[in-house]
Design a protein around this ligand. Structure first.
Ligand code: BGC
Length: 726
């Protein structure tokens, strides 16, 4: 068992709003060969030795299904120890007992920490200092901390008035080794401009929406305050706009000790923002150099790059990257700013393929999917958010993270362990949906989101017009497909057979139930045709594709889809022979479209197509995040179709690459690169006289099927050039 000798320790008022520090002083007995600190918390912690931060993991121990598991971290601290040492561990609210947990962890246990400092001396002897009754605690200057509401820090508060700790039960059986990536400080963004709004507010613009926190220099005299608020946008009059943060106050307060050489940032809070307001600031002499935005996210390695001749499309692509950076903070979140920041499964599911092009997210999803499986009910229901904060309802397209994400991760990295880990969960979800029955009420009631935020929604509703039962059934067919693929990869022939039979049954039910006598779907929406085509449920593909194209034309060559339809419309059109129409959607600049948001100054992906309406007003205060990656799923089409880089599902992880770029005359060039375990795959095209010059690079150890026009050739590593006639 991890941390076997150590005890969980807390304070005599564990839920007080001031963050405590736990301390043990330690003098080594001799020369140290090596020393490690193993630690975790119910809450989030920061360990410091003699005032120096231990490690680079922020918001450790991360967010897992806390009732089932809490990750434990081990740090090499050999270099931090000297003759006399203060081992300090600060404890914050974080996901365990901050407002984000909505009361759901209250019954697990009180916030607490547990640690062991293990020293090996040069003479080979060892010593362990574990958390126990001999530790003490004191108050820190962090008077209040919460992800949503921000932090209050009093720099005058020095540790003192030490008290004995209280031993508590933090549930040792839940401790597991660190599985995910660590969250860390990735980059500093400089402050770009300072201005005063019509209302007289003092604003700093970082020029980019980020997730993290502001780091600023103290300019206040002793006892003076600096109060900073955060926002994503300015309203149509140019004033600071925070209504879309809903109840999340996102306010940082610093009470100065008068030391103007000090820089400060929150310890246990983060915000999603582009602008800050100096709500309380002791001077009107503002220096941009006194502020920087620190970007924090999971420490994923960047793997994909894309560029084309249209600067607006390039900005859209950058927005997708920033969307991922802003929302892959230990778990894949819906948004980083308002009072959610939760692991919404539907969002993660539709974005997973794109995420796996942009960054190496293999480890990230191993961890999150493990929690998904732990939070799944015995009968297979998947929670809408992972880690779950309430009883799972089981919603189609959201619960499908259980089947889609493992498959996408396997497809991208060829690492069978994700399927081994998740296979039971995949099957359980598919079985749950199947056993739910297909009565008209099967998907009715609460807990369903439909084609979320589709623009064909009825006035006042968030749910697009597509029939729920149709969508739920289409997803069931897709789930069967994915279980079949996983079963094949794992060599489970019986399951391949069983789920193939089910797949046929579901496909038949889909046609019988949702196709009218005229051969068209009874739910006549873009999204209905998209899922029928994309999940291979259209008995007459040509007819369905032509109808979808007509519907797009009838809508002014614009999209009307929500979370579900948007994720697949580009592939559905392309695979049905309408790549040119997909390009039209991509290049569309009028509302609603991806480039409309870019035109309106987006630096991340918006939650709603008209987050900011053409007249500059907002569509709603409630569901209006400006950093919601879901619609960024379009980037997988940029890599996979425009530039034509896809993995071969039979040889996943780019062992064999499917290269099939589809150029379009409205652009001069497009190119993408993808770092795979074999090296960098490159593919792109450029307009030349009479057509397009296609250039491809396949790294050593990989092979490729390169399709140019109608011709496909199988090749090994090398550089290839082709001419595609226009
Ligand atoms: C979230 C979404 C999520 C949805 C469920 C919202 O509040 O921000 O992204 O998927 O609820 O429909």
């Amino acid at each position: 068992m991890l941390l076997e000798q150590a005890k969980f320790i807390t304070t005599d008022n564990p839920r007080a709003s001031v963050a405590p520090v736990f301390r043990k002083s330690f003098a080594p007995k001799g020369e140290i060969a090596s020393a490690a600190l193993t630690v975790t918390a119910r809450g989030i912690y920061e360990a410091r030795i003699n005032g120096v931060r231990v490690g680079k993991f922020y918001f450790a121990p991360g967010w897992t299904s806390y009732k089932n598991r809490v990750q434990v971290q081990t740090y090499d601290i050999t270099e931090l120890l000297s003759e006399n040492n203060d081992i300090d561990i600060l404890l914050g609210r974080g996901w365990h007992y901050g407002n984000i947990q909505r009361g759901s962890f209250e019954n697990i246990c009180d916030p607490c920490i547990i640690a062991s400092l293990d020293v090996t001396y040069a003479d080979g002897t060892t010593e362990s200092i574990v958390t126990d009754e001999s530790w003490q605690y004191a108050k820190t200057g962090i008077l209040y901390n919460d992800y949503y509401n921000g932090e209050i820090f009093d720099a005058n508060q020095v540790y003192g008035d030490w008290k004995p700790v209280v031993i508590t039960d933090g549930k040792k059986e839940a401790l597991v080794p660190q599985q995910g990536e660590i969250v860390t400080q990735i980059e500093e963004v400089t402050a770009k401009t300072y201005f005063i709004t019509p209302k007289g507010e003092r604003i700093i613009d970082f020029g980019q929406e980020v997730t993290g926190y502001v780091c600023f220099r103290n300019v206040a005299n002793i006892g003076g305050r600096i109060v900073i608020d955060h926002a994503e946008i300015l309203d149509k009059d140019g004033n600071f706009y925070t209504e879309n943060y809903r109840s999340a106050e996102s306010r940082i307060t610093y009470i100065s000790d008068g030391d103007k050489t000090k820089w400060h940032h929150p310890v246990f809070s983060f915000q999603g923002f582009r602008y800050i307001r100096l709500t309380d600031y002791p001077t009107n002499e503002i220096y941009l150099g006194d502020f920087k935005a620190i970007v924090l996210h999971s420490d994923m390695k960047r793997t994909g790059r894309f560029e084309c001749s249209d600067p607006m499309v390039n900005r859209l692509y950058e927005n997708v990257i920033w969307g991922q950076r802003g929302n892959f903070l230990d778990v894949p979140t819906d948004c980083p700013q308002r009072d959610e920041r939760l692991g919404w499964t539907g969002d993660a599911q539709v974005f997973c393929r794109t995420a796996a092009y942009n960054y190496d997210v293999n480890k990230f999803f191993h961890k999150w999917l493990c929690d998904l499986a732990l939070d799944q009910t015995d009968d297979g229901k998947v929670a809408q958010i992972i880690p779950a904060l309430w009883e799972p309802d089981g919603a189609f397209a959201w619960g499908d993270a259980a089947t889609v994400c493992p498959w996408e991760i396997f497809r991208a990295y060829g690492d069978i362990s994700i399927l081994t880990q998740q296979y039971d969960s995949m099957k359980k979800w598919c079985d749950y949906v199947y056993n739910k029955g297909d009565g008209p009420d099967a998907w009715g009631g609460g807990g369903q989101y439909g084609d979320w935020l589709g623009l064909d929604a009825e006035e006042g509703s968030y749910r697009g017009a597509t029939n729920d039962l149709l969508l739920g059934t289409a997803f069931l067919a897709y789930e069967c497909d994915l279980v079949i693929k996983a079963a094949k990869a794992l060599g489970k022939e019986d399951d391949v057979k069983a789920y193939s039979v089910r797949r046929e049954e579901v496909a038949k039910a889909f046609c019988d139930t949702f196709i009218g006598e005229d051969g068209y779907l009874t739910s006549d929406t873009q999204t209905a045709y998209v899922v029928a085509l994309h999940f291979d449920l259209a008995p007459d593909r040509e007819k369905f594709a032509a109808h979808l194209a007509e519907k797009v034309h009838a809508n002014g060559d614009r999209i009307q889809t929500g979370f579900i339809g948007t994720a697949y419309i580009m592939d559905a059109l392309t695979d049905a022979g309408y790549a040119d129409l997909a390009y039209t959607l991509l290049l569309q600049r009028e509302f609603p479209s991806w480039l409309y948001c870019v035109r309106k100054g987006a630096t991340t992906i918006w939650e709603h197509w008209d987050g900011l309406k053409p007249d500059g007003s907002v569509w709603s205060r409630d569901m209006n995040s400006f950093n919601h990656y879901a619609y960024g799923a379009v980037a997988s089409w940029m890599y996979g179709t425009m530039c034509g880089i896809k993995p071969d599902e039979d040889k996943p992880g780019y062992e064999n690459v499917k290269i099939h770029p589809i150029p379009d005359a409205r652009l001069d060039y497009a190119r993408a690169e993808l770092d795979t375990k074999f090296g960098t795959v490159k593919s792109g095209w450029e307009k030349v006289d009479g057509g397009y010059q296609i250039s491809v690079t396949i790294p050593a150890g990989a092979t490729a099927d390169i399709t140019v026009g109608e011709k496909t050739e199988h090749v090994g590593a090398g550089e290839y050039k082709y001419l595609l006639n226009a």
